[in-house]
Design a protein around this ligand. Sequence first.
Ligand code: AMP
Length: 182
Amino acid sequence: MKKRLLFLGPPGAGKGTQASLICENNSLLHLSTGDLLRSEVSAGTDLGKKAARIMDKGDLVDDALVLSIVEKKLMGVSSGWLLDGFPRNLLQAESLQTLLEKIKQPIEAVVLIEIEDQIIIQRLLSRGRDDDNEDIIRNRLEVYREQTAPLIKYYFEKGLLKSIKGDRDINEVATLVRQALV
Ligand code: AMP
């Protein structure tokens, strides 16, 4: 199975859930920038305080800040890894490319989980996280469309993209993900 992975898709597509399953079953390092930022927020660090204001609006946290978090985690990792929620824009994707070339660990597959806006909004409203009210959700979707969605073409052109439909139950999606990573 491929073991240097990137998960792409709108908020609420089920990236986090599917990423956790794949990582647990295959001993991959699950690197979710959203989770890492939320732990900085709950620990009340300076970085967390700065990030919280931006996350509360559903905007993207500063690229350099997120990059430094990812870089620290990826350096020295010898087993596989899965990046979930990163990169979120072309600049982050290019910086990741440079970093991975440096450590000689190229991405093996990019899994895109696709899902319609209507289902996303229902799912996120029922999840009840702090940044999950309807206005913030709409902003996160817009940010996704404008800044993150261009990465679909970017990774398609690199021959890495595997698209999966995310509008079905967790186990069915998990099977599709596994099949895409053979
Ligand atoms: P997530 O858990 O992936 O939905 O991320 C929650 C929030 O954390 C996002 O709405 C952003 O504010 C911030 N965030 C997570 N990952 C990144 C990233 N790669 N770049 C910038 N901001 C991020």
